[in-house]
Structure formats: C-alpha cells, structure tokens
Design a protein. Structure first.
Ligand code: CUA
Length: 335
C-alpha cells in the first residue's frame, strides 16, 4: 500500500477529454489517430445531416410540381468515390505506423514475460522473479512477451494505449516506453470466463530510483540445474535441457551446426535469433520466440533451406512451458 501513496499528486495529463491519461510513447500516435477520426466523423455527420435536412425542405413534394428524374453525373460520382478512398488510405497509414511502432522492440529493450491465466496476470522479470503488479521504469524501452496458460486473454493497458491478445500455445509481443511516472492499469480485454472482469493488475511506472529500490527487493529466482542440483540462470537451465534431450547430437555442440568437422544433420542454431531464416520452399521466416517454440513442438512446420527431410521428433509433451522458455532463452543466447 505504501507504493500507492508514492504517486500521490501525480496526475498525468489526458490528451483527449474522452481518453485516460497518456503514459507511453504509443499514446501520441494513437490519440492523434483517435482524435482525427473523431473530429472527421463529427464534421461529416453534421455536414451530411445539414445538407439532407436542407434538401428535404427545399425539394419536398409540392402540388403541381412534377419530379424530374436525376441523370448520371460521372464527375461527381468519381469525386465522391476517390475522395473518401484517399482519406481511408491516410487513416490506414496513421493506424498502421502506430501498429508497427508497437510491434518493433527498441534495441536493448528490457524483456518482461506476461503470463495470463484464469484469472490473473503474472509478470516475470529478467532473472526469473515474478510479481502480480507490473513495475516499470520511466523512459526505459520494454518488450512484453505475452502468453496464456489456458484460454484466450487480452493484455490491455488503456493509459499506454496498448492491447495484445494472450494466445495459448504461442507468444505475442508488444513494445513500448512508459513516459510518465504514475499508476496505470492492466485489464483483460477478451471474455475468458466467470472472473474475466476481475482479471486486473496494477502498473507502476517508477522513477529510476524507485525502480532500483524495487529490483533490489526482487532478488533472483535461480533455477536448479544438473546433478546434484545447483542454482543456475534460466539460460543455463535451458542448456542443461538442450543436452539432456540430445539436441547437440543433430545441431552440434552449442547449436554450432557442425559435427565432427562436417555439417551437422540438423540446422545451425547459433546466431539465428532475430534474423531471417531461408526456408526450403523458397520463403523465409524471422526467427523469434514463436519460431523456436514451433520448431521444437512441430519440427516439420518450417523446413530450413538445404534440408529436405526432417528427422527430428516432436518434443510436444516433453517440456513444460517453463522448460520451453528456458530452452528458448538458451537458443537466443547462442552467438
Ligand atoms: Cu482473461 Cu478475460
């Protein structure tokens, strides 16, 4: 509760009278688009209604006046088809650039895993500790890796103008930078059962000092690796699982793609993360968390260029979600 009072007196400004305070770098383009569409609609609703009322009055049926059928007026029809199209392309442009902005993580963004489940949110920080309140440092770029343990949820922070579905069996991403110190709220924006409306969490955007104080209370949540089990990082845990499941037999030690001086039977894993992987069908796929997850669970889904058959068995059911994330962390760390 002390955390609450910390923000007393902080009242972030709303950039629109209909929207909550804007607290992230995403807010400006979203509010810009929102306000533009709103006023655009107001102006045209008023103009069209006024013209309609005027014409109804002016051309109403009068005794003795015969109606004249209206002919085709090509130039007018082209005008009112092309003009709205130009506006729609413009609206698409501002919406799409805001979307791309949210989908692209800044270099060196801090990664936080968001776990949605019936009916609460859990936030996992680098180092493995989890909290039920989301703590963020002001002006630091973040990448959220969102997943669900059960059904479809949606991670929604109105003050940040962000929303992304949490889909079971895959990861979704959202990138942003909180810009104002204060309190925001996470809602679930996808109906997910009885307590959907109670699936809430608090977001605390803190000053660097406050954030440092928070991380000092967090401590590390080390995993246990090896026999006898010793404390280790998630990557180390992933490395252990990688070896335990026999991955190096086909992908080479540390996923090097070489074995006994020659090419290994399985594709190279080191250094692929974040890059485009050419595929056997001539297309290519960006290697992100979803790509690695899919390749582990459904090895046949995407076949790397230079390979025709996949001998790799599926590992669906061999890993828990936490173990899968550890292996993904390990593959991400391979250089
Ligand atoms: Cu979770 Cu609605």
């Amino acid at each position: 509760m002390t955390r609450l009072t910390m923000f007393e007196g902080v009242q972030p400004e709303a950039s629109s009278w209909q929207l909550p305070p804007a607290m992230s770098d995403t807010a400006a383009p979203v509010d810009g688009a929102y306000n533009f569409i709103f006023w655009f609609s107001v102006v045209f609703t008023v103009a069209v209604t006024a013209a309609m009322v005027f014409f109804i009055a002016k051309y109403k049926r009068r005794p003795g006046v015969k109606s004249e059928p209206t002919g085709h007026f090509n130039r007018l029809e082209i005008f009112w088809t092309v003009t709205p199209c130009i506006f729609i392309v413009f609206l698409f442009h501002i919406g799409f650039s805001a979307y791309i902005h949210n989908a692209t993580a800044a270099e060196g963004a801090t990664e936080i895993r968001v776990h949605g489940k019936k009916w609460n949110w859990e936030f996992e920080y680098p180092g493995g500790s989890r909290t039920s309140e989301l703590h963020l440092e002001v002006n630091r770029p973040y990448k959220m890796i969102i997943s669900s343990q059960d059904v479809l949820h949606s991670f929604f922070i109105p003050e940040f103008r962000l929303k992304r579905d949490a889909v079971p069996g895959q990861y979704s991403f959202i990138a942003f930078k909180p810009t104002v110190v204060g309190e925001a709220h996470v809602f679930c924006a996808e109906y997910c059962g009885t307590s959907h409306s109670g699936m809430l969490a608090k977001v605390l955007v803190e000053t660097p000092e406050q954030y440092k104080e928070f991380t000092s209370t967090l401590g590390k949540k080390p995993k246990l690796c090896g026999t006898p089990p010793v404390e280790c990082t998630e990557e180390k845990w992933g490395e252990g699982l990688f070896a335990e499941k026999g991955c190096p037999t086909c992908h080479g030690v540390s996923g090097s793609g070489t074995l006994g001086g020659g090419k290994s039977p399985g594709p190279k894993l080191a250094g692929i993360f974040g890059h485009d992987q050419p595929l056997a069908d001539g297309s290519s796929a960006n290697v992100d968390e979803n790509y690695i997850r899919e390749s582990i669970l459904r090895p046949n889904a995407k076949i790397v260029a230079g390979y025709t058959t996949v001998q790799m068995p599926t590992f669906a059911g061999s890993f828990t979600d936490d173990q899968l994330e550890a292996v993904i962390s390990y593959v991400k760390s391979l250089k």
